[in-house]
Design a binder for this molecule. Structure first.
Ligand SMILES: [Zn+2]
Ligand SMILES: [Zn+2]
Length: 338
């Protein structure tokens, strides 16, 4: 069996090193995908740092994968060799648990242990996944943009779509970064009245150019006071420490805070209870949502802003994201692809 190449973290927080591994044999329902592009997501870095407490080393990150099908298993009829596909964080599901049977396979009980890619992630020359988790891409969508859609795109589209039943609802998008700049575009296209909320006033013009109707500097106390009870929903795309009380004051009574990033949640329950607020979250999307997101993005010309870097510079790319310098997503290009 052919040898493959990737970039591996051997321990918590370590730099990635070049890594050679044996490509696994395909099971019946699987496809092998030769990776051309892979986005760098904040959660890759969290996983390298074992922030979730579940990383198994050696660990090859990368879950915003685009490439070409290079081999198909004996039972695969929905893909053929040469198809351009995108793959996200999920690479398989158990197909028999409660959530898989309900068509919400992103909630599969086995997702964390058994439902990603084989043998490793997308910072490598190839990955193996269940064919149903390799999504054919719209022709007009460039591979580097499609890569980002596979995680960041669906992460923000799924909750926005779910809560968009009444167009014109007012939404605040917290954070204008990798997730936030896509959330603004999707929310605008879905008909929300969109306010981009950030602690960086210099992001105002870009946020408006992505489709935000308004921009709110969260450190501007007077500006925040004017937005008391303004929003039906806040979508939090930011990480790290957030001062929640002034933000929750901008929610209407019975409003919702929806988390898609992983911020610290240090909340005073007073307003939460007295205003009957909800805190909820969203994780990836099911097959139907993935396909819908890709065609919706293509139709509405929604595109992430990406910086391209060669896969061999993965450590420099990680450093740029750690230092919050990426504008807005870094996509690694596999120069070894043939
Ligand atoms: Zn991700
Ligand atoms: Zn399952």
């Amino acid at each position: 069996m052919e040898m493959q190449h990737g970039y591996v973290a051997k321990g918590v927080g370590e730099r990635l090193e070049p890594f050679t591994f044996q490509a696994p044999e395909l099971k019946e329902d699987e496809v092998r995908v030769s990776v051309t592009h892979c986005g760098l997501c904040h959660t890759d870095i969290n996983a390298i740092d074992d922030w979730y407490g579940i990383t198994k080393f050696p660990f090859v990150p990368g879950h915003e994968i685009v490439g070409y099908v290079s081999e198909i298993g004996a039972g695969v009829f929905d893909k053929k060799v040469g198809d351009r596909v995108g793959i996200g964080w999920q690479g398989r599901s158990c197909k028999e648990c409660e959530w898989c049977l309900r068509g919400e396979e992103q909630l599969c009980y086995k997702i964390v242990r058994d439902a990603t890619w084989r043998p490793y992630g997308g910072f490598s020359s190839s990955v193996v996944v269940d064919s149903s988790f390799a999504y054919r891409l719209p022709h007009a969508m460039p591979s580097e943009e499609a890569a980002v859609m596979m995680c960041a795109g669906v992460t923000v589209y799924n909750p926005l779509r779910a809560y968009a039943s009444q167009p014109g609802r007012k939404i605040g998008i917290i954070g204008v970064g990798g997730l936030g700049h896509l959330a603004i575009q999707f929310a605008h296209a879905l008909g929300y009245d969109v306010t981009a909320m950030s602690s960086s006033p210099r992001k105002r013009d870009e946020a408006l150019s992505f489709g935000a109707d308004h921009f709110l500097d969260v450190n501007d106390e007077a500006g925040m006071d004017q937005q008391e009870y303004a929003f039906d929903m806040l979508l939090c795309t930011a990480h790290g420490d957030i001062v929640w009380e002034p933000l929750l004051d901008t929610l209407k009574k019975k409003g919702s805070l929806v988390l898609v990033g992983f911020p610290r949640l240090d909340l005073n329950p007073t307003d939460l209870v007295a205003h009957q607020l909800s805190i909820t979250s969203s994780f990836l999307g099911n097959h139907a949502t993935m396909r819908e997101m890709l065609s919706f993005a293509s139709e509405h010309k929604i595109a992430p802003r990406v910086e391209l870097m060669p896969m061999s510079q993965v450590n420099e790319a990680i450093l740029r994201v750690r230092e919050n310098k990426a504008r807005y997503r870094i996509v690694l290009v596999n120069e070894g692809h043939d």
